[in-house]
Design a protein around this ligand. Sequence first.
Ligand code: S3P
Length: 169
Amino acid sequence: METAKKHLIIIGFMGTGKTTAGQQLAAQINLPWVDTDQQIEQKWGFSVAEYFQRYGEASFREQETDVLQQLLSGPPSLITTGGGIVLKPENRAMMKEQGWVIHLYATPEEIIRRLSANRDRPLLQGDIRQKVRQLFRERDGKYDFADCTINTTSCSPDDVVEKILSFWQ
Ligand code: S3P
């Protein structure tokens, strides 16, 4: 059965500006903004980094899928996601079926530049250059199911929001 697409969903690698775009868009479109990482943090009462430390990545991925399912079955929303939400094929299928999916892209070099100062991501501990490149390889093609891809490499946050709005409106 074909389900009506009702959500606006933003996916993309860490550091592509999903949260910033979500924050800005929330003030401009008539949809409540929810973020999968924030939902997990609220549910557990500690940060994503701490979740990884206590329970590990596999458990985090299960939480991510649960939260995604809940959000998709709720009222039409603007949903921003953690960069690894695309790893599970069932997550990709759910998002594609139930929402319009925007993929924010940036080159690995730009992501390394943006995230070098902000080292709280559990998957980027150690050699950030090597980690980003390795994750890029592992995730190759997994963001491609999106309805629209925006290259944010040399875009300001305002430009990104404008491009999302022109797709959405
Ligand atoms: C992850 C991205 C993070 C967060 C977690 C894992 C990933 O979210 O969900 O650290 O696997 O790419 P952001 O993309 O918002 O940084």
